[in-house]
Ligand binder design. Structure first.
Ligand code: KDG
Ligand code: MG
Length: 403
């Protein structure tokens, strides 16, 4: 058996913070797992170093399911983003090791390819409708088959998804949380205009997506869904906070716009009612925050029974290690829908050399054994951790709102 003899946590900041777990076996084969929880990175680093790694030493690296259950049930304190991100990192690293030992890419261990490639969506954003549509046209010219549209709202200084850089969006932008101000009625007026302009410019052969980022009530989301229906959105994401999964029933009663939820979910229990009641169309839980490949497969299997498809989160705070794990999962799972792809900076790509590739709107994890991602540890040490928080959001009268 490949015995785990050592493990370490690598924290680096090549443009943004990443936490990576490296598990080493007695045969000298190692595996990598992403453990990045944006804005709360060091809590996972500590959970791994202080509470998980000591329990891994001496174990058989091949026993992925048993180690998953050991860390989940063994903690007694179940679920939660910190615990589940730490378990995910271990899980990814063990799949990486298994693949390297087998000499196969991880997707082959998951049952092989169910499709030729993974359809991804890119992010078009701009301060105005015109700017956003122009960026979307660039994406279309690059071959993207699906594009997410976000734009600035007149009368609001800033909003989710719009940054200074048209390709890279990093919301964790300050040493203490930035304060944004939100106005729902202004927002509800601008989004249908954005979609109208986008359809006129881009035509109908491209999927258009939008992220509401938990900001509407169910009835407001129903209104927006109705207004967007003529422009055939691929999905509306995170229409309302999902702690109360029942809330989505109200949205469903008012619109046929497909609904996507789940980037902040960390277990199957967060999604169970949404899936079983067919209140959503896409589940966005992702490898790093939802317990790794092992747990995400379980979520996908449940979703498949109810014709819910996958649409994994893939923002830049998910490291190339997670991106690779997501692509292996996406390629293999029967009920794949779409994968988010926000490209990383050159600095990040240099720290994490990888086998996955993009072409003509599709991605592929590549054929390297394991996950197909490495880490240049020497280069990683050059980029020191820099505390960075996600913003907070208030209504114009100062009331705290969801960001
Ligand atoms: O990519 C998305 O859909 C997001 O909503 C991005 C999140 O705000 C981001 O990953 C938070 O860390
Ligand atoms: Mg989102």
């Amino acid at each position: 058996m490949p015995k785990i003899i050592d493990a370490k946590v690598i924290v680096t900041c090549p443009g943004r913070n990443f936490v990576t777990l490296k598990i080493i076996t007695d045969e000298g084969i190692y595996g990598l797992g992403d453990a990045t929880l944006n804005g709360r990175e060091l809590s996972v680093a500590s959970y791994l170093t202080d509470h998980v790694i000591p329990c891994l030493i001496g174990r058989d690296a091949h026993r992925i399911e048993d180690i998953w259950q050991y860390l989940y049930k063994g903690a007694y304190w179940r679920r939660g983003p910190v615990t589940m991100t730490a378990i995910a990192a271990v899980d990814m690293a063990l799949w990486d090791i298994k693949g390297k030992i087998a000499g196969l890419p991880v997707y082959q261990l998951l049952g092989g390819a169910s499709r030729e490639g993974v359809m991804v969506y890119g992010h078009a954003n701009g301060t105005s409708i015109e700017d956003t549509v122009n960026v979307a046209l660039e994406y279309q010219a690059q071959g993207y088959k699906a594009i997410r549209l976000q734009c600035g709202v007149p009368g609001m200084a800033s909003t989710y998804g719009v940054s200074k850089d048209k390709y890279f969006y990093e919301p964790a932008d300050a040493d203490l949380p930035t304060e944004n101000v939100w106005n729902t009625s202004k927002y509800l007026r601008v989004v249908p205009e954005l979609f109208k302009a986008a359809r006129e410019a881009l035509g109908w052969d491209v999927h258009l997506l939008h992220d509401i980022h938990h900001r509407l009530t169910p009835i407001e989301a129903g209104r927006l869904g109705k207004d967007l229906e003529p422009y055939r959105p691929f999905w509306l994401e995170d229409a309302t906070p999902a702690e109360n999964q029942e809330a989505f029933r109200l949205i469903r009663q008012h619109t046929t716009a497909p609904l996507a939820v789940g980037e902040i979910f960390n277990s199957i229990w967060d999604a169970k009612d949404l899936i079983q009641n067919q209140l959503i169309d896409y589940i966005r839980a992702t490898v790093v925050h939802a317990g790794g490949i092992t747990h995400l497969r379980r979520i996908a299997a449940l979703a498949d029974l109810y014709q819910v498809r996958t649409g994994c989160h893939g923002a830049t705070d998910l490291s190339p290690v997670c991106m690779a794990a997501a692509l292996h999962f996406d390629l293999s799972v029967p009920n794949f829908g779409i994968q988010e792809y926000m490209r990383h900076t050159e600095e990040t790509d240099a720290v994490f050399p990888h086998a996955y590739s993009f072409g003509n709107g599709m991605m592929h994890p590549g054929e390297a054994p394991g996950l197909g991602v490495d880490i240049d540890e020497e280069l990683a040490t050059k980029y020191e951790y820099k505390r960075a928080f996600l913003p907070v959001n208030r209504l114009e009268d100062g009331t705290m709102h969801s960001w």
